[in-house]
Design a protein around this ligand. Structure first.
Ligand code: ATP
Length: 406
């Protein structure tokens, strides 16, 4: 690869912010603090050492949890912030849609705002003239262009700002979390635009929390975590890593304590429920899933297991089973292993939930969030250059149809 193939090169970028810890109103306090070595601020190291390359024509995804520094990174690439260390090299004209409303003036009309925004992006009047109709068409705001922006709804303002960004003829387009923009019809339009853009050979950098978007549009991606690059390269792998890291639902400590208190109030019939996955948690469709369930039955009673594998993203049960027809009897420690396969799914992230029930179906114990195993099924069998198979694998069930052309 030559240097000419690279649109954006990020090398060892580091950025911290100074957050004030105390307000000093007097010069004397400031001097005393300084003398004592008290800084009055603490440093938040948002980006520690970030390096990646975006090639010309890439549709490049940047993902990471809230507060991981994605927007900061985009601002550094867009030269709004300077990094403390490292550097960014850009080859081409860059257009950013980062913070809504930047460069928009509510007292000006839609039309005037398009011209002003275009000028801020570095376009001449003639250039804006030639892209103006396209921008207005995409935003579908023809009748509103002579109204002042302050009379637009917030959705209309977003549409206009977004349309300026995407229709401005830059070489590199930077978009921060835009898929949530606008109503459903506008989102569909953005989807079509992204599909076109993906084919266009122009460079796009997209920050998003939507892993389906990463898989659908991006050809490469990076996952930022704790200021460092955690995964980089194939969007499938990066998106799966992100989904996997975020699969464990966050449960507030108080909720857990409330639940424990509720459990204590009931007479305990089952204790020490443990679930252990014996097979890997990252598998391919059809691989065997095996796990072990352990618990103590405190009474001489019949108990059975009910289990479910729930699709975390879609929140639906994918697979349920129970041992109702083969209950465990008597007091004491119970150890059960179970295995199954989930053969015809594509990519799916599931949580395994287990409950112990009595003869009448009453729940006596359930696996809590900390011990709920997560299982990721991904189509590792599909070759990365098999575009048709990759595209079809975005559905829940593997394709099995036949085409007949007449
Ligand atoms: N100008 C600033 N001054 C001080 N702290 C800042 C500034 N900009 C960002 N931060 C801090 O840097 C951290 C990263 O913020 P950033 O907006 O880059 O994260 P993000 O990954 O884009 O988050 P999100 O997914 O929520 O949009 C946050 O803790 C934020 O408070």
């Amino acid at each position: 690869m030559t240097a000419n193939d690279i649109a954006v090169k990020v090398e060892h970028v580091s950025k911290y912010f100074k957050l004030p810890t105390e307000a000093t109103n007097s010069l004397r306090t400031a001097m005393v603090n300084r003398f004592k070595g008290i800084k009055g601020y603490k440093e938040q190291h948002v980006l520690k050492d970030i390096s990646f390359e975006v090639k010309k024509g890439d549709f490049f995804g940047i993902v990471g949890r809230n507060g991981s520094g994605k927007s900061t990174l985009l601002k550094i690439i867009s030269e709004i912030y300077m990094p403390e260390k490292g550097r960014v090299t850009i080859d081409g004209k860059l257009v950013s849609f980062i913070e809504l409303g930047v460069g928009f003036n509510p007292e000006l009309t839609g039309r005037e705002n398009v011209y002003m925004n275009g000028a801020l992006l570095g376009f001449s009047r003639d250039e804006i003239d030639s892209m103006y109709d396209d921008i207005v068409d995409f935003a579908e705001l023809q009748e509103f262009m002579n109204q002042k922006l302050k009379n637009y709804s917030s959705g209309m303002q977003v549409r206009l700002a977004f349309s300026v960004a995407i229709k401005a003829q830059g070489d590199i387009l930077i978009l921060d979390e835009v898929l949530a923009v606008g109503d459903e019809a506008f989102q569909r339009k953005c989807n079509d635009y992204f599909m076109e853009r993906k084919e266009s050979g122009k460079t796009t950098i997209l920050v998003t929390h939507d892993m389906n978007a990463v898989k659908k549009y991006c050809n490469r991606a990076v996952l930022v975590e704790n200021g460092l690059v955690k995964a980089y390269g194939e969007p499938e792998n990066v998106a799966n890593q992100y989904s996997f890291d975020n699969a464990v639902p966050l449960v507030r400590q108080e909720e857990l304590e409330d639940k424990k208190a509720e459990e204590k109030e009931e007479i305990l019939l089952v204790d020490n429920l443990q679930i252990k996955l014996n097979t890997p948690n990252d598998i391919t469709a059809g691989d065997v899933i095996e796990f072990e369930i352990d618990y103590d039955s405190l009474e001489d009673a019949e108990t059975y297991i009910a289990l479910s594998l729930t699709d975390i993203d879609r929140n639906i049960w994918i697979y349920n089973d129970n041992s109702m027809d083969e209950p465990c009897r008597g007091k004491g420690h119970k150890k059960i292993t179970y295995h199954c396969t989930i053969p015809s799914v594509n990519n799916i992230k599931m949580k395994l939930e287990v409950t112990v029930r009595d003869k009448k179906g009453k729940m006596l114990a359930f696996s809590n969030v900390e011990q709920t195993p997560i299982i990721m099924v991904s189509r590792k069998d599909i070759k990365l250059n098999d575009l048709s198979a990759l595209d079809s694998a975005s559905g829940l069930i593997q394709r099995n149809g036949k085409w007949n052309f007449h």
